[in-house]
Design a protein around this ligand. Structure first.
Ligand SMILES: N[C@@H](CCOP(=O)(O)O)C(=O)O
Length: 465
C-alpha cells in the first residue's frame, strides 16, 4: 500500500512513512494510491466482530507490508481496553429510523480518542523499530489536543506540542490539556483562532529545514493515519445496524471535515452507505458549500460548539482531489487560490458530484440549545452541543429506506454551561476527571506568529531530551 499527495509533488510513501510525515512536503494531504475495496461477502464476514478486532482488520488494509495484522490486533486490543463501554462505540436508538453512535467513551470523552489511542501505539511501534523520535505539533479547537496529549504523554520517543486558541475552548477542554504535567507535553495558548493555530502548524511543516531538524510529525487529521483509524466505527455501525443488503446513512457534526471524510472513505471501500450529512454551527462554510457552492471564508464566530469553530476545513482538500478525479494540478491550483482569495472556486460539475452524496445543515446557538432540550425532553438523551447538531442534521435528512446514524462526538460533561442552559442539568465528569478543576494548569501564551511557535517548539524539544 502506497500513498500519494493531493498536490502531486511529494514523494510516494508507505503507511509508516505517512504516519511519521503527517503533512506532505508539497503542502498536500496523503491518500491511498488505490483504495482497498471489499465485496458484500467480505463485509458480511466482519459483522459481529468485537470492535478492537474489527479495527485491526480495517487498519490492516491500509498498513500494507509495514505492520502485520497480528501486531495490529495486539495494538488495537491495548488501545481500546480503557474505554468505559464494553461495545466501545455503542449505538442507541433515539427515534424512528434515527440512531446515535456514541464515540465518546475513551479517556478524554471525545471521538478523537478513537483514532488517537491507536495512533499513540502505532507511533511507539514504528519509532521503536526505527529507534527514532518525533516531535508532534498539533492544533486544536478543543478535543484533538487533550486526546493527543493523553495518547502521547510519557512516551519517550514522542514530544507533543499543542496549540489551542486562547479563550476559545470550553474550560473543561482547556483543563484536560493544560493540567497534564509531563516532560514531553507542552501547551501553547495562541492569541488567535483555531484557523490561526492550524495555519501555524502548517507553517512549521512548510519550513523544510525546521521540519527536518525537529523531526516534525502531526496528529491532526492532516495525518492520513487519523482518518484510517476513524473508518472502523462507521464500518461497525453500518454492519451491525443496517439489515443485510440495506444501506445506512450517517450524520456527522464536523469542522475540519476529517470525521465525515472517514465515513466517505468507508463508502469508497464499498461499505453500503447511502447519504452523508454534515452538521455545522454558525461557522457554516461547509454547509454553505453543500447548499449553494459558496465556500467563502468568513470571520470565525465563537459558538456553543467550539470544536467546530473553524473556517478552513483541512480535509476538504482530500474530497476535492477525489471529486476532481485525482487531478492533483487542479487541486493544488484551487487550494492555492482559496488561501489567497478566501473563496474556493469549485467547478459546478464537481460541486454537483458532492451534492449527490452530501447534505448540510447549520444550526445557530439558539437552535442548538433548542435541539439539546428537545432530545432531553423527548428522548431522555443528553447530547452535547456538537452531537445535537449532528442529530438535528440526521433527523432532517433521514428517509424511510435506510437507518440514519448520527455520531455523538463528545460527552456532555465537556460543555456543562450549554447543558445547564438547555436542560437545567449539570452533567458530572467521570471519576478520573472529577478533580479537574482543582488541578494546576501549565501553559504558555504566545502571539499567533510562526516565529513564536518555532521558538516554543525548539525549547520544548530541548527540555524533553
Ligand atoms: N475539532 C478539532 C479541530 C482539529 O481537527 P482534527 O480532526 O484535524 O484534529 C478539535 O477539537 O481540536
Amino acid at each position: 500500500m502506497r500513498y500519494i499527495s493531493t498536490r502531486g509533488e511529494a514523494p510516494v510513501l508507505s503507511f509508516s512513512d505517512v504516519l511519521l510525515t503527517g503533512l506532505a512536503e508539497d503542502g498536500g494531504l496523503y491518500l491511498p494510491q488505490t483504495w482497498p475495496s471489499l465485496s458484500p461477502e467480505e463485509w458480511h464476514a466482519l459483522r459481529g466482530l468485537p470492535y478492537p478486532e474489527l479495527a485491526a482488520r480495517i487498519l490492516s488494509l491500509f498498513t500494507g507490508d509495514d505492520i502485520d495484522e497480528a501486531t495490529l490486533r495486539q495494538l488495537c486490543a491495548k488501545a481500546y481496553a480503557g474505554f468505559d463501554h464494553p461495545a466501545v462505540v455503542p449505538v442507541v436508538q433515539l427515534e424512528n429510523g434515527l440512531f446515535v453512535q456514541e464515540l465518546f467513551h475513551g479517556p478524554t470523552l471525545a471521538f478523537k480518542d478513537m483514532a488517537m489511542q491507536i495512533l499513540g501505539h502505532l507511533f511507539e511501534h514504528v519509532l521503536s523499530e526505527r529507534d527514532s523520535h518525533v516531535t508532534i505539533v498539533g492544533a486544536t479547537s478543543g478535543d484533538t489536543g487533550s486526546a493527543a496529549i493523553e495518547a502521547c504523554r510519557g512516551r519517550k520517543r514522542l514530544s507533543v506540542i499543542i496549540l489551542h486558541p486562547k479563550g476559545r475552548t470550553s474550560e473543561v477542554q482547556r483543563r484536560q490539556m493544560t493540567t497534564v504535567h509531563e516532560a514531553n507535553v507542552t501547551n501553547l495558548a495562541v492569541e488567535g483562532t483555531f484557523d490561526d493555530c492550524q495555519d501555524l502548524v502548517k507553517a512549521c511543516f512548510a519550513d523544510l529545514t525546521f521540519r527536518k531538524d525537529m523531526h516534525l510529525s502531526a496528529v491532526n487529521s492532516i495525518n492520513w493515519a487519523r482518518i484510517a483509524a476513524q473508518i472502523p466505527y462507521y464500518v461497525y455501525a453500518a454492519l451491525n445496524f443496517g439489515a443485510p443488503g440495506q444501506d445506512v446513512s450517517f450524520a456527522v457534526p464536523t469542522g475540519n471535515f476529517g470525521n465525515i471524510l472517514a465515513a466517505w472513505a468507508a463508502r469508497k471501500m464499498g461499505l453500503p452507505v447511502s447519504r452523508l450529512c454534515v452538521g455545522s454551527n454558525r461557522n457554516d462554510i461547509l454547509t454553505r458549500f453543500l447548499n449553494k457552492n459558496d465556500m467563502t471564508m468568513k470571520d470565525v464566530v465563537p459558538s456553543l460548539s467550539p470544536s467546530m469553530d473553524i473556517q478552513v476545513s483541512s480535509n476538504f482538500e482530500r474530497l476535492l482531489f477525489e471529486l476532481l478525479d485525482r487531478d492533483a494540478a487542479a487541486c493544488a491550483r484551487i487550494m492555492t487560490s482559496f488561501r489567497s482569495s478566501g473563496h474556493m472556486d469549485v467547478p459546478e460539475q464537481t460541486w454537483e458530484k458532492a451534492r449527490t452524496l452530501f447534505s448540510g445543515l447549520a444550526l445557530d446557538d439558539a437552535q442548538t440549545e433548542a435541539e439539546i432540550r428537545h432530545l432531553h425532553q423527548n428522548s431522555h438523551y443528553m447530547a452535547d452541543p456538537h452531537s445535537a447538531i449532528g442529530i438535528a442534521a440526521g433527523r432532517k435528512f433521514r428517509d424511510k429506506n435506510s437507518p440514519m446514524i448520527a455520531v455523538a462526538t463528545a460527552h456532555p460533561a465537556k460543555f456543562p454551561d450549554a447543558m445547564v442552559a438547555a436542560t437545567g442539568i449539570h452533567p458530572a465528569l467521570p471519576e478520573h476527571l472529577a478533580d479537574l478543576f482543582s488541578r494546576k494548569e501549565y501553559y504558555e501564551t504566545i502571539p499567533a506568529t510562526a516565529d513564536a511557535v518555532k521558538n516554543a517548539v525548539r525549547t520544548a524539544v530541548a527540555n524533553t531530551h
